[in-house]
Structure formats: structure tokens, C-alpha cells
Design a protein around this ligand. Structure first.
Ligand SMILES: NC(=O)c1ccc[n+]([C@@H]2O[C@H](COP(=O)([O-])OP(=O)(O)OC[C@H]3O[C@@H](n4cnc5c(N)ncnc54)[C@H](OP(=O)(O)O)[C@@H]3O)[C@@H](O)[C@H]2O)c1
Length: 270
């Protein structure tokens, strides 16, 4: 498993498991099986309402706390009290600390995210999370954090997949040593239908999902494809062994259409 090192010195496995819309009773066994296969990074959020199941899956694995990287996120309606929200998440997960805590959506029209960022740093300093970061932040929101703190987020988790390369945000973060985590890395499975992806998959004897995951890894992004299938869990993990040529990566880069699947952070949820 390849690890990336954050700007704060902590490391994160580049490939993880996403758990969006995976209910407690399904997510527990999936997390345990993922950890059995070799995954060491699980991405959840209070909004997914499955932190209890994720915690059960972690405990059933028998792995020690230090061996697994766990991310959860602060939901927008909890932005007035991040400490209470993280304490609740930890209770649900059955953990004393998470590895990464993210502001889930910036809600820019509310004007609170810079102050929320300062509160996340306090939670990190209290030991409730090892690292702090953001999600769905446009470049100007990243810059606004620099107005209130010398500490930049370690990651920005954003929608990013072959047909939505989010290149302006990715480049802005790269220059500031903020790692990119790609959400909807498979384009919610839609990008697997792209003829370029299918052609490369056929040529190298990999699946389309493995090709897309290998593309994220080659770009230096962290990604957490979600699945509820044991077979696809294994298939996605084995993408770690898939090697693309520079030309393959460049061909997949060409698929960018600028079309999001999810909401624009400037307006989403407001
Ligand atoms: N920060 C945010 O705002 C945000 C937003 C969205 C997501 N996320 C995070 O990012 C994670 C991934 O994003 P996502 O779940 O939206 O989308 P995704 O991982 O791009 O796609 C998931 C879809 O792909 C299917 N799939 C998975 N592996 C496959 C394979 N090998 N072959 C064919 N189909 C496959 C899954 O179906 P099956 O389950 O049936 O296999 C599911 O329908 C989430 O789970 C969540 O942890 C964060």
C-alpha cells in the first residue's frame, strides 16, 4: 500500500474505502473485509449516518487502532459547535481519536468556515484528531483560511474523476502542499463507460475501475472508491498493482468535460 505524507508529517494510505450511503448493517462487514484484504483507510462522515457500523467493522478486524486511518467529517448543521460534533462522532465510532477531521462543505454564504477552521485546529491540539482538513473548498476559500491562520489544511477532499478533473483546485492545492482526495473517484461508476478507459482496460487486462483508480494514484491523488460488493472491494484494491503508461494517463486526462456530478460548493445546500 502506498502512503502519502501530509504537510503535518502524518501519513495516509493513498487508496481507501468510501462509505457514502452505505448503512450501518452493510458497512460493518464491508469495512472488516476491506481490512482483511489490506485496505488501511476508511472514509466516513457524520452525515453518512454509519459511524456506528464503521466502528463495529474496525473492531471486528482485530487490527490495532494505530494500523487503520479513519476520516470523518463535520456536517454543515454542526458548524456552530465542532467540538460537540466530533465528540459525538468519536462516541459513534467507538474511538478516542480520528486520523483526519474535515469541514464537509464550506457553506460560503454563511461566512463561518474561517472560524470553524480555527476550532478544528483546537480539536487537533486537544488530540481528538491527528490532522485537520477541508472538503469541497474552492481556491478562494482555501485562500480565506490563510487570512485567519498560518496553518493550511492537510487535504482538500473534492469531486474529482476522469470527466471532472477539477484541475484549477488541484493545481492550487498542489502549490500549497495540500493533498487532494478525490471523491466520486469512479465518477459514481459513470466514468467506467468511457471508451478510452475501456480501451486501456482491455489492452492491459485490467477492469475499467482498476484503470480509473490507477489514474488517481498516478496523479498523486488519494482516492476512496465506495462499494458494497466483496468482489468489487477486492477488484478495487488490486488496482494498486495496475501500472499505466504516461500516455494512458494523458489519454484519461483528455476526458475532462468540466461537468460535475455533485453540487457546486458555492451554492450546494444553501
Ligand atoms: N466530501 C464529500 O462531499 C463527498 C461526497 C461524495 C463522496 N465522498 C466520499 O467519497 C467516496 C467515493 O465517492 P462515491 O461513493 O460518491 O462514488 P464512487 O466511489 O466514484 O462510485 C461508487 C459507485 O461505483 C460502484 N463501483 C465501485 N467499485 C466498482 C467497480 N469495481 N466496478 C463497477 N462499479 C463499481 C459502486 O457500486 P457498488 O457499491 O454496488 O459496488 C457505486 O455505485 C464516498 O463513498 C465518500 O466516502 C465524499
Amino acid at each position: 500500500m502506498s502512503n502519502l505524507t501530509f504537510r503535518d508529517g502524518h501519513t495516509i494510505p493513498q487508496l481507501g474505502l468510501g462509505t457514502f450511503r452505505t448503512p450501518d448493517e452493510v458497512v460493518g462487514p464491508i469495512v472488516t473485509e476491506a481490512l482483511r484484504l489490506g485496505y488501511r483507510h476508511i472514509d466516513t462522515a457524520s452525515a453518512y449516518q454509519n459511524e456506528v457500523g464503521v466502528g463495529q467493522g474496525l473492531r471486528a478486524s482485530g487490527l490495532s487502532r494505530e494500523e487503520v486511518f479513519v476520516t470523518t467529517k463535520l456536517w454543515r448543521t454542526d458548524m456552530d459547535d465542532p467540538a460537540a460534533a466530533l465528540e459525538t462522532s468519536l462516541e459513534q465510532l467507538g474511538l478516542d481519536w480520528v486520523d483526519l477531521y474535515l469541514i464537509h462543505w464550506p457553506m460560503p454564504t454563511w461566512g463561518v468556515y474561517p472560524q470553524v477552521w480555527l476550532k478544528l485546529i483546537e480539536l487537533r491540539d486537544r488530540g481528538l484528531t491527528r490532522s485537520v482538513g477541508v472538503s469541497n473548498f474552492h481556491t478562494d476559500y482555501i485562500d480565506a483560511l490563510a487570512q485567519v491562520s498560518d496553518e493550511a489544511p492537510v487535504v482538500n477532499q473534492v469531486e474529482l474523476h476522469p470527466t471532472f478533473s477539477n484541475s484549477q483546485v488541484a493545481e492550487h492545492c498542489r502549490r500549497r502542499h495540500i493533498a487532494i482526495e478525490s471523491w466520486a473517484p469512479l465518477g459514481k461508476a459513470q466514468d467506467l463507460e468511457q471508451p478510452t478507459v475501456q480501451r486501456i482496460a482491455q489492452r492491459i487486462g485490467a477492469s475499467p475501475a482498476q484503470v480509473v483508480i490507477a489514474w488517481h494514484l498516478a496523479k498523486g491523488y488519494i482516492c476512496m472508491p465506495k462499494t458494497v460488493s466483496f468482489d468489487r472491494l477486492k477488484e478495487n484494491y488490486e488496482a494498486l498493482e495496475v501500472e499505466l503508461t504516461a500516455q494512458d494517463v494523458a489519454d484519461i486526462d483528455q476526458l475532462d468535460s468540466g461537468q460535475r456530478i455533485g453540487g457546486d460548493p458555492a451554492t450546494h445546500g444553501v
